[in-house]
Design a protein around this ligand. Sequence first.
Ligand SMILES: [Zn+2]
Length: 455
Amino acid sequence: MSDWERIDALVNEAVTQLGLDPRDADWARNQLLQIEEQGELDNGDAVMGVLALRPSALQDRFCNIEAKQGGMPAQQWFYNYCVASGYVKRAQLDANPRFDSHGLVVTINLAKPEFKNMKKAAAGNAVAGGYPKCTICHENEGFAGRGKRTLRTIPVTLGGEPWFWQFSPYGYFDQHGICVNTEHTPMHVDRDTFGHLLDFVDRFPGYFLGCNAALPRIGGSVLAHDHYQGGGEILPMFKAKTWASLRLDSHPDVAVEILDWPGTAVRVVTRDRDELIEVCDIIRAAWVEYGNAEQGIASHDEQGNRQSALSPSVIRTERGYEMSLIFRNNAISDDYPEGVFHAHPEFWPIKQEPIGLIEAQGLFILPGRLIDQLGQIENALAQGAGLPEDVSEFHLVWDEISAKLAGNRDRDAIKAAVRDELGSVCYRILENTAVFKRKEQTQEFLQALGFVTSV
Ligand SMILES: [Zn+2]
């Protein structure tokens, strides 16, 4: 096919697949000819940047669908659009290994780079003095310098402020996206956060939206710019059973459920928005000031920096709103200089990165290097050999899998044992992140605030 034929085919495809107005076909063809002259016709980003709808036209279509059919059909259309334009790498997401184990979902992400260095992870997305200020600023929409020519966003209003929604190119699950403050302002979680999350799920009731702890090491990778994460999957923690249910006399219609979950989390359930915000903020305000020397919990470090944070995440169900509150703490100790309530070193061969909002809710994203490393381990087990030198740091995993297999060298049995082990390690990492190691301690924390156990 000649370049000329290719360009014609691309323009025709854009008319049928990407909503290119036929009146713009000649104009688009001429833009592609220019791209060809620049030798960029094989650069899908450059081609799609021309063929995809302008942000304003795309937003008009979104609003049109939303007005006729509702917020969720509009989001589904927008997601499909981002897949068709190549911005969302759906094929790569589908290629990632994914399985259920120990009540968690474990995925191995082949596309995402691994950030082992916590400081680098926190700083990794800031660009000193650059334009745009960071990787999630709105000014990235269409920005060739960061490969964002096909990025498109949808404006949303949260708490009366302008924010915008965009899908993640290498999402961890179906329709994974971020909701970003239009202003480049630091991450924070306060009373307003709860209202913001509720505004979003009121408009898009099939999505969840949550906020990372606004602290390094236990939070997200972009702390410099306020944003939330959400999308179309019901994460495992939303389905966690209730260990105990409590209430405040002053808010009898709001249930606070301590979750049967390896991390420390409660779920605040009610149909009433204002009541929900009240109760969530009582718990937030108490947690971020809470200290318990015996349990190694200090709300601030020795320099006076805050190190306790709350991570909220909401969905809508037949019970109304369900706001999960995950208790996080960033303390370090001589034994755990990278974080007491962080994945402990014995698990680092599997996962060393910060445990953010998505993982704290039970969907683990493990590094792509594991494919090769676990492959070596599986081969050695099948051959009855010892732990290979290349992967000697996996001794804990090796010992536990070997004990389970008890000499069984069947390939399927080995594969099943490896997956079971990965789930088990992820479960124990969540136990590491638990600030209260026993559910009774969570209950005592709530009782001290006046909550009483309800039948
Ligand atoms: Zn920014």
